[in-house]
Design a protein around this ligand. Sequence first.
Ligand SMILES: NC(=O)C1=CN([C@@H]2O[C@H](COP(=O)(O)OP(=O)(O)OC[C@H]3O[C@@H](n4cnc5c(N)ncnc54)[C@H](O)[C@@H]3O)[C@@H](O)[C@H]2O)C=CC1
Ligand SMILES: C[C@@H](CO)CCC[C@@H](C)[C@H]1CC[C@H]2[C@@H]3[C@H](O)CC4=CC(=O)CC[C@]4(C)[C@H]3CC[C@]12C
Length: 368
Amino acid sequence: MADSAQTQELVYLVTGGCGFLGEHVVRMLLQREPRLRELRIFDLHLGPWLEELKTGPVQVTAIQGDVTQAHEVAAAVAGAHVVIHTAGLVDVFGKTSPETIHEVNVQGTQNVIEACVQTGTRFLIYTSSMEVVGPNIKGQPFYRGNENTPYEAVHRHPYPCSKALAERLVLEANGREVLGGLPLVTCALRPTGIYGEGHQIMRDFYHQGLRLGGRLFRAIPASVEHGRVYVGNVAWMHVLVARELEHRAALMGGQVYFCYDNSPYKSYEDFNMEFLGPCGLRLVGTRPLMPYWLLVLLAALNTLLQWLLRPLMLYAPLLNPYTLAVANTTFTVSTDKARRHFGYEPLFSWEESRTRTIRWVQTVEGSA
Ligand SMILES: NC(=O)C1=CN([C@@H]2O[C@H](COP(=O)(O)OP(=O)(O)OC[C@H]3O[C@@H](n4cnc5c(N)ncnc54)[C@H](O)[C@@H]3O)[C@@H](O)[C@H]2O)C=CC1
Ligand SMILES: C[C@@H](CO)CCC[C@@H](C)[C@H]1CC[C@H]2[C@@H]3[C@H](O)CC4=CC(=O)CC[C@]4(C)[C@H]3CC[C@]12C
C-alpha cells in the first residue's frame, strides 16, 4: 500500500455499502480519506443515492453482487488495497432461515478472506458485533466491560452464532500470505446497538408509537443498561482502522475492538426516547406495565405463531424470546482500546449524534 499511498491512489471496497452502516461508511470515506482513487461499493441491492456520488473526484464503482458467490466477490476484490466487510444478514426476528444466515454471514466472510488471499489484498476490516460476546443464553450481565472482560459467550441463536464464527475466521486469517507474498492484516470491530439516520428499528418504533396515539409502553426496567453507539462514529472508526492498519499492523492485526462513543448508558427504551420524545412520543410507565412472565409468554406465543403461520405468511414481530432476552439483559461497554491502538476519538459528540438522529426521525415523520 505504501506506493499507492504516496501517489494518492488507493482503491477501497465496501461490502454491504448500501446498508444502514455501509452507507455511512461510504460517505465517510469520501469525506475523510483524501488518498482514495476508487471506491467500490458491493451490495446485493444497490441504492439510487449512489448516483449522486458518481460526480465527485473519486471514482465510485457500484457492483451489484452476492457475498455467497465466491467468483463475484473475487472479481470485486481484485486490485483493492483495503476491504471493509460490513455486508451481513442482520436478522434476529426469524425472517430468514438459519442456513441462509450462516451462508451469508459465515460463508460470505470466508469468500471475502479467500478473495483477499487470491488477489493480493492485504487489509481487511470486518464489522463484527457485540453479539459475538453477549448477552449469552444465561442472561448474565456484562456491565461496562472491555475487550478483556471475562464473559461466558454461549449462543444458540443463528445471528450471534454466525457473527462469532465469521469473526473467528477473520482473526485467524491475520498473517496469511496473500498473492505477492505479503501477510494479510485483519481486524474486527464490534459495535453495540447502532442508532442514527437510517435505523430501521427506530423507524418501526416510531411508527408503532404513532399508531398507539403517540405512546409507547414500557416493557423493560429502566435499570437494564443497553450499549448504543452512533452510526457516524461507527463509520469513523472503520475509516480510521482502514487508515492505520498498515502502519500499525503488528499492534492491530488480529485484534478486536468494541465500537464506542459518548452515548449515555440507558435502557433500550429510555435511550430510544432521547429521539422519539422530541418527535412527540411518550413512554408510559416508570416501571414495566406488564409482569416479566407475561412478556416471556407473549414472546413464546409469537414464536409459535410464526411457526404456525409460516406456510401462509411471514409473521416476524419485534418481540420474541431472543430479542426479549437481549433487551432485558444489561450489556454495556467501557473501553479505550481503540484510542490507545489507533487514536480513535468519536467524531460526533452525544449532542450532535442526538440532534442528527432527531432530525432524521422528523423527516421519517414527514414521509410517513
Ligand atoms: N445494526 C446494528 O445495530 C448492528 C449491526 N452490526 C453489523 O453491521 C453490519 C451492517 O449492519 P446494518 O447496516 O445494520 O445492516 P443492513 O441490513 O442495513 O446492511 C447490510 C447490507 O448487507 C447487504 N447484504 C446482505 N446480504 C448480502 C449478500 N448476500 N451479498 C451482498 N450484500 C449483502 C444488504 O443488502 C445490506 O445493504 C452487519 O454485518 C451487522 O452484523 C453490528 C452490530 C450492531
Ligand atoms: C422487548 C421489546 C419491548 O419494547 C423491545 C425489543 C427491542 C429489540 C427488538 C432490540 C433490543 C436490543 C436490540 C439488539 C441489540 O441492539 C444488539 C444488536 C446487535 C447486532 O449486531 C444486530 C442487531 C441487534 C441484535 C439488535 C436487534 C434489535 C434488539 C434485539
